[in-house]
Structures are given as structure tokens and as C-alpha cells.
Design a protein around this ligand. Structure first.
Ligand SMILES: [Fe+2]
Ligand SMILES: [Fe+2]
Length: 343
């Protein structure tokens, strides 16, 4: 058994009762996307519970190798964002790689309650995954559902029978979560802010493609099954939609701070920047519409649904394109990451 949540108290998020704060999501990747005078984004160190601390430290010190009870097991560090607190938490978890996909199981050591990291992922699907050999990447957490969950879980139990024992102890179905690697696409080499903007926009566009593909799959399955709840893919779509919406929100929050500073340094950008900031309000509404649209997916008319999804996608794309057209020539002159202070 490689999962390290077996002895955890039920609530690992002591601040979980506080009010939500700004999301992280794909935003992690854009921390550096700032104008020449960046205001640092306050980012407290993730919380690590005292019983996990030695494991986390050993993992990081030894490139992912951990001894003791975890010797030989596949372990990763998962950093999630607190469902209510917005505070980040790092948890060591055993994982399984099946058909090239990475899965973690919310066994919580056979506790009757889902682990906090799972509840966090449902609220904020973007997570940071640290694996061996310094492989650290963003991931979208997508719970596996329906028959697919049972197939994957069966394979997990075949390899790690302890998970089957945990399942027998509890009434809840142990959640199985795929951690879908979500590296930024776009230019491989980023050495200026224009590349950085392209990179983030490419990621956002990729998430929209994901949402569309999942929605198409769902609707096709619903048609062929002739039932309202045929495939249990709702959570999948929801997670991708949430990942997109949270990341877009975070991206625009940082742009709203950065753009006025940019216009101060480059007066020819004043007008487009004003328009972009106005557009951000409109995009915020579109984001809400997208979430609303997907909420009604189960009973939606497929043709109308896809037409509406395409309309929203086009409007979102139009914003990204205008922004790129207006800013890229100037941003290309600004190095990224910003040069460090002179010695
Ligand atoms: Fe924008
Ligand atoms: Fe943008």
C-alpha cells in the first residue's frame, strides 16, 4: 500500500472554514506574467501537515525517492487549493500509472469520509503534481466515473490489493482521480512577455477544446443510450470547465492589475488597454454563461447546446485575439522572466 493518507485525521485543512479567496488554477503558470513593475502575487507556502512533513522533505531531497513504508512505491506530491479557504495544501499520495495515465485513489485509509484533497480538487481542479526526477507540472484533476471508474479501479486493486480492502470497509465509492498533465503549450522557448501571453492563451484555448470534446462525447453517448444519465461524464466536463473558468479568471485578475501599468510605460497602448479591461467584464459574463450552459447539459437540446457553446467560444477567442493583436508587438520587447536586480 503506497497511499499515505491512511493515518490522517479527517480534516487536514484547518483553515477550511474561511472565506474563499482568488483561485490559483492555471494561474500558477502565469505568476510571472507581469509588466515591468510587477506587484508580487502573495503566495503563502502550501500547508503540509506535521505527519506528512518528513515524507515531503525526503521526497524533495531525494528526487522523489522515499524510504520506510513507502520504499519502492510510486509516490507523488499533490498540491491542491483548499475548497473554502483557498489555501494550498501539499499531500504525498501513492499513484498508479495505467495505460500511460496517472491515477490517485481517495481511500483516506478506509475513512468513511472523502479525503480533503479530493474535496479540494472538486472545487479547484487545477493541482500541482511533483513526481520523481524533478518532474513538477500542473494537472487538471478529473475523477473517473461510471463503468470507466470500475474498470480502472479493478486494475488498481489487481496491482494494489489494499485499495480493495479499503473499499470493503466503507460504504462510499472510493474516488479514482486521473491527474491529466497540463503543461503550457505554445512557444517552447519563452524569453519575452509576448511568448508568455501566447503560452497562457494557448493553454486556455486548449481547455476550451477539451470542454467541447467532452460535451460532444457526452451528448453522443446520451443520444445512443436514449437516457438522461447514460455515461456519468458530467463531472469530467465540469472539471475541465472549472479549470478553464478559474484559470481565465485568475489570468484576467492579473491582467487587470498589469495592463494599466503597461499603458503608463507605453502610452500608445492606453486605448487598447481600456478596451481590454472593458472586455474583461464582458468575458466575465461569458464565463458565467458557459458555466450555466454546462450545468444544463444533461437535458440540453444537443444542436442548440453546441451552437451556444460555439458562440461563447467564438466570443472568448475574439477577446484573446484582439488582446494579442494589440499587445504582442510591445510585449515582445519586454524580457521574460524579468531580469533580476543588478548585483
Ligand atoms: Fe484578457
Ligand atoms: Fe490574456
Amino acid at each position: 500500500m503506497t497511499e499515505n493518507d491512511q493515518n490522517k485525521p479527517e480534516n487536514e485543512n484547518p483553515d477550511d472554514e474561511t472565506v474563499a479567496v482568488a483561485t490559483t488554477g492555471g494561474g500558477r503558470a502565469e505568476e510571472g506574467e507581469r509588466t515591468p513593475a510587477p506587484a508580487p502575487h502573495p503566495r503563502p507556502e502550501p500547508v503540509v501537515s506535521p505527519w506528512n512533513e518528513p515524507v515531503v522533505e525526503e521526497f524533495r531531497a531525494n528526487g522523489g525517492r522515499v524510504g520506510g513504508v513507502f520504499e519502492g512505491g510510486d509516490l507523488l506530491l499533490l498540491t491542491t487549493t483548499g475548497a473554502r479557504s483557498g489555501r494550498e495544501h501539499t499531500t504525498p499520495l501513492g499513484f498508479l500509472r495505467i495505460d500511460g495515465r496517472v491515477y490517485v485513489v481517495g481511500s483516506a485509509g478506509g475513512s468513511p469520509r472523502h479525503p480533503d484533497w479530493y474535496r479540494n480538487l472538486l472545487a479547484h481542479p487545477m493541482a500541482l503534481v511533483e513526481m520523481s526526477n524533478d518532474d513538477s507540472h500542473e494537472a487538471v484533476a478529473v475523477p473517473v466515473e461510471g463503468a470507466e471508474r470500475d474498470r480502472v479501479f479493478q486494475e488498481i486493486v489487481r496491482r494494489e490489493p489494499g485499495f480493495g480492502e479499503y473499499q470493503e470497509q466503507v460504504e462510499r465509492r472510493l474516488p479514482v482521480v486521473e491527474l491529466q498533465r497540463s503543461d503550457l503549450s505554445g512557444p517552447a522557448e519563452v524569453d519575452n512577455l509576448a511568448d508568455k501571453l501566447f503560452q497562457i492563451h494557448a493553454w486556455l484555448r486548449g481547455q476550451l477544446v477539451h470542454v467541447r470534446r467532452e460535451a460532444e462525447l457526452y451528448l453522443a453517448g446520451r443520444e445512443s443510450a436514449g437516457a438522461a444519465h447514460p455515461m456519468g461524464l458530467n463531472l469530467r466536463i465540469r472539471q475541465h470547465c472549472l479549470a478553464f473558468c478559474e484559470s481565465l479568471h485568475f489570468h484576467h485578475t492579473s491582467e487587470d492589475t498589469a495592463f494599466p501599468q503597461l499603458a503608463e510605460g507605453f502610452p500608445h497602448l492606453r486605448e487598447p488597454v481600456e478596451r481590454l479591461i472593458r472586455e474583461h467584464r464582458a468575458v466575465d459574463r461569458l464565463r458565467g454563461e458557459l458555466e450555466g450552459l454546462l450545468t444544463g447539459l444533461e437535458t440540453a437540446d444537443p444542436v442548440r447546446f453546441m451552437a451556444e457553446l460555439d458562440r461563447l467560444t467564438e466570443e472568448l477567442q475574439a477577446h484573446l485575439e484582439f488582446e494579442e493583436g494589440a499587445l504582442i508587438p510591445t510585449l515582445a520587447e519586454i524580457p521574460f522572466p524579468p531580469p533580476g536586480p543588478a548585483q
